[in-house]
Design a protein around this ligand. Sequence first.
Ligand SMILES: [Zn+2]
Length: 243
Amino acid sequence: MEETLKLLCRLQTVDSSLDELEEMKGDLPAVVASLQSSVDSYQSLITEKQNIITSSVMARDKADVDILEFKEKLEKYKAQQYEVRNNKEYDALTKEIDFASESMKNLEKQFASLESAMTSAKSEIDAAAVQLEEVKKQLDEKTAELAEVSKANEEEELQLTHQRQKIVVRLKGDTLSRYDRIRKGRSGKAVAVVRRGSCGGCHNKIPPQRLMELRTQKKMFMCEHCGRILISEELARSSATAV
Ligand SMILES: [Zn+2]
């Protein structure tokens, strides 16, 4: 039983290291993905603003042409006003003049608002371009970091997996499945070392009678609070060099 407990203790150490490696990997891909989505959204913002500029240029040029047309008409009407023969004609021309000058006013307003829309779109593009460069730089860094971590972890992971296999073949099937079951339910920690009379997993006190039994290492004991496999400190120490 002592041998089994030592193996379980060693297995827990190996599994915890593997969990840590997994966590290290787990964070970077998420960071890279989030940076990538920032890059995408800045790029689509820039495209959207460029489209606004393109359509504003077209609308502004059209407004410019229309303004000139109304201006010509206005001059023509004003000249005609000198040649009218009656009030009816005069009133009709006045109506045309009012309409043309009102239209010109509206077009000029439109022209000005298109110009300002273009200016603000341009400055938004400039700001987004700065941000995009910054995020792209971070993305490159994190992508390289992830590649490095994956590469560095690869070797360690292989070593740990190998160690794990060596331990596992020496454990009985039901012991291993019990270990796996507890590990799953207790956030990766199936084995708890007893420290100062308490379970190292949940920190609850262990009855003195049970502590005495634990030291004999004749049987496997579980913590009655968290269900983890209890191992004495002495055994934990000696297990570090056992395998
Ligand atoms: Zn416990």
